[in-house]
Design a binder for this molecule. Structure first.
Ligand code: ADP
Ligand code: MG
Length: 357
């Protein structure tokens, strides 16, 4: 069980991202945090494993306040899955999956045997074990991310937009597999998504947040659909229809804005704004916050985000990528994977409106 009691997060710049939030994520169930862009979902999730510390209030894991226990050992009980999987690019698939068990001093052969079982569980056969992340598709990488999070058999799982980086067809497959695995494993899961359909499909319990991390409603999918607590929730539930229509409109190059970029290991040329990061192969992997960056960009500085392909992406895919990204802009690449720029949520919505959607 994970409990939030009157939790507040005010960032250093004075912005209150989460206001007096209380809810309980029950043991063995999936709790989904859903709400519009910037409403405080990621902040709420990252307070659970103390990647962000709360300003006030209490978060309890299994009855114990997280502020009272050793953060490092606590995190080993929490699987963490993020968009684009956040795999270590220089490690093979199996070594990625074994990361936490080896830290926990599990014997190497046992860790590898379990990793192979988990890869099978998420639908990847043994032939993937010795490949590197860049040799896998986005959907396959996401599966590895889930296997890695499960490897230490943690009682808790935190998932931040885990399926937002893949196209809707693969996303549906991943969701189905995830539900099948959860039926067996019964982890206590808190998942973040901006996609109300995903929330309704996966959640045993849904926590709807609005601007400033204020609770709009909490309930089962059936309860929300039958009785939205207020107009905000009703509107949010209703939005999904317009959102699907976006699948039929292609991404337009017109509003792609030029962005700064940097490779992992290099220093930034700018001091403010968000900069696109690519790996040693030149593949775009995510964003770094220039205002908070000190020294060369390291892997742990990267906010993993998937890029959308200008030629292939539709507006829904672009909107998903933008809503799931830390600065709410989707990274746009050409058909060869080369960086073209970024496009913001507001621009995507405007493009769709100008097409009559
Ligand atoms: P969501 O995941 O729902 O899109 P976030 O939790 O990432 O939202 O952000 C909530 C709000 O807090 C946003 O307005 C965002 O701009 C702001 N925010 C996030 N991180 C920081 C930070 N490090 N400093 C200041 N403001 C932040
Ligand atoms: Mg977020």
């Amino acid at each position: 069980m994970i409990e939030f009691e009157n939790v507040v997060k005010t960032y250093d710049n004075g912005h209150t991202a989460v206001s007096n939030l209380s809810f309980t994520a029950p043991t063995g169930k999936i709790t989904v945090l859903v709400g519009p862009s910037g409403c405080g979902k990621t902040t709420t999730l990252r307070m659970i494993n103390r990647l962000i510390t709360e300003t006030s209030g209490t978060i309890r894991l299994g009855g114990t306040a997280t502020s009272q226990v050793d953060t490092i050992s606590m995190r080993r009980n929490i699987g963490y899955v993020i968009q684009n999987a956040g795999l270590f690019p220089h490690r093979t698939i199996i070594d990625n999956v074994c990361t936490v068990p080896l830290l926990k001093k599990v014997e190497k052969s046992a860790a590898r045997a379990r990793a192979l079982e988990l890869l099978t569980l998420v639908g990847l056969d043994a032939s993937y074990a010795d490949r590197y992340p860049w040799q896998l598709s986005g959907g396959q990488q996401q599966r590895v991310g889930v296997a890695r999070a499960l490897a230490a058999d943690p009682p808790y799982m935190l998932m931040d937009e885990p399926f937002s980086a893949v196209d809707p067809v693969v996303r549906k497959q991943l969701q189905d597999e995830f539900l099948r695995i959860q039926a067996e494993m019964a982890k206590t899961i808190v998942m973040v998504t901006h996609d109300i359909d995903e929330a309704l499909r996966l959640g045993d319990q849904i926590v709807v947040l609005r601007e400033g991390g204020n609770l709009a409603q909490i309930g089962s999918p059936e309860e929300l659909l039958a009785q939205p607590a207020n107009e905000f929730v009703a509107d949010f539930l209703g939005e999904s229809r317009g959102y699907h229509a976006l699948s039929f409109a292609s991404l337009d190059s017109a509003r792609v804005r030029a962005v700064e970029s940097v490779r992992i290991g290099e220093a930034l040329r700018v001091r403010a704004g968000w900069v696109v990061v690519s790996n040693a192969n030149g593949d775009v992997v995510g964003w770094v916050n220039a205002a908070r960056q000190q020294g060369p960009v390291e892997i742990h500085d990267v906010h993993w985000s998937s890029a959308v392909n200008l030629r292939e992406a539709n507006l829904r895919r672009a909107l998903d990528a933008a809503l799931a990204s830390p600065n709410h802009e989707a990274i746009v690449v050409d058909e060869f994977g080369a960086l073209r720029g970024a496009v913001a949520v507001a621009d995507i919505i405007q493009m769709s409106e100008s097409r009559g959607h």
